[in-house]
Design a protein around this ligand. Structure first.
Ligand code: XMP
Length: 325
């Protein structure tokens, strides 16, 4: 039977309530873990970051965070995880550069579900290898949140990630499992995590991999990453960050003809997608001001290598899904 949030549990909406939750959890975590070690896959997303910060407060160096860079993260993300957790919070952080490993495995694979499976399976393999290198781990921490428990078709149900093998079955530590997303954010803010981490838009597990449509190539993946960084920068500058639910760029696997400096070009289009939704089951398209779209087009076509066109996806869900694959 699914676990239930205690009916008496107050909704965490203020810094004071967050502080009380943190104090209670820190005590409970100390009790549960004692002097043992805990392993956590730290993606840099809101949920795993909040779990990491809570555990750092409770058990400090007994927490081992593993950040796997699979090459499909947004620009600046691995650096931010290192800066926040290793440099500022003094966490015991293992950074794994697995970029080549993932991209080699994905080379030539164009089927979206196959791509997801490869990314999920490879992630488990890398994490398993790191777990085996650690001595004395007894617990595995996870950023499970309440919607993951109550919604069988929630966003995380997309994860095609299997589990760790039998001999690596640790006891679970899930300190935010009864919290809703907005509560996790209030707690994260109170724990001192930066706003860019706490108010992050949703980001799929397979990352930019599902936005580099078809078989991923390194140069096209860079076009996704660079155009995404420009879009995020411009949304922040124009007050759209935090207002629009999810926004990103897609680079399809075909080229079209263009012209630059008097010569014909053969390059990719970049598609911009910006949507609003409550639960990701349906979505509407953000009405981006036309001059911002023109400015984005100008920047992306001039700053991103291999791109000569920009398109705006006007499709709500249904009929389009939020991601392109
Ligand atoms: P779609 O494309 O199905 O997306 O309309 C709905 C929400 O789910 C996210 N998404 C994923 N999240 N792994 C994830 O963790 C995935 O494979 C995946 N595919 C889609 C998507 O970004 C949107 O927020």
């Amino acid at each position: 039977m699914a676990e239930k949030r205690p009916e008496t549990m107050e909704r965490i909406t203020t810094p004071e309530l967050a502080e009380a939750f943190i104090a209670e959890q820190v005590e409970a975590l100390k009790q549960q873990i004692g002097d043992k070690k805990v392993l956590l896959a730290l993606s840099g997303g809101v949920d795993s970051s909040v779990v990491a910060a809570l555990l750092i407060r409770a058990i400090g160096q007994q927490l081992v965070c593993v950040h796997v860079n699979h090459g499909l993260l947004r620009k600046g993300e691995p650096e931010q995880v290192i800066r926040v957790f290793r440099d500022q919070m003094n966490a015991n952080l293992v950074y794994v550069d697995a970029v080549d490993r993932f991209l080699d495995k994905l080379a030539g694979v164009s089927n979206p579900e196959e791509k997801r499976k490869i990314i999920g399976a490879e992630f488990i393999r890398v994490f398993e290898e790191e777990a085996r290198k650690q001595e004395g781990i007894e617990f595995l921490a996870q950023g499970t949140i309440y919607p993951d428990i109550i919604e069988s078709k929630g966003v995380k149900a997309h994860h095609n990630v299997g589990g760790l093998p039998e001999d690596l079955q640790f006891a679970l530590v899930e300190p935010v499992k009864f919290l809703f997303k907005d509560e996790v954010r209030v707690v994260g803010k109170q724990l001192g995590l930066p706003d860019t981490m706490v108010y992050r838009q949703p980001f799929p597990g397979p990352g930019l991999g599902v936005r580099c449509v078809g078989a991923i190539t390194r140069d096209r993946l860079e076009a996704v990453r660079e155009s995404d960084a420009i879009l995020r920068e411009e949304f922040a500058k124009n007050g759209l960050e935090g207002k629009v639910w999810q926004y990103f760029t897609i680079v399809p696997d075909f080229k079209t003809v263009g012209v630059q400096d008097g010569a014909r070009t053969d390059a990719w289009p970049v598609v911009i997608r910006a949507v609003n939704t409550r639960d990701a089951m349906t979505a509407t398209v953000e009405n981006i001001p036309f001059d911002l779209l023109q400015h984005l087009t100008d920047r992306i076509t001039h700053e991103v290598k291999g791109v000569n066109r920009v398109l705006y996806d006007l499709t709500p869900k249904p009929t389009g899904t939020i991601e392109w694959e």
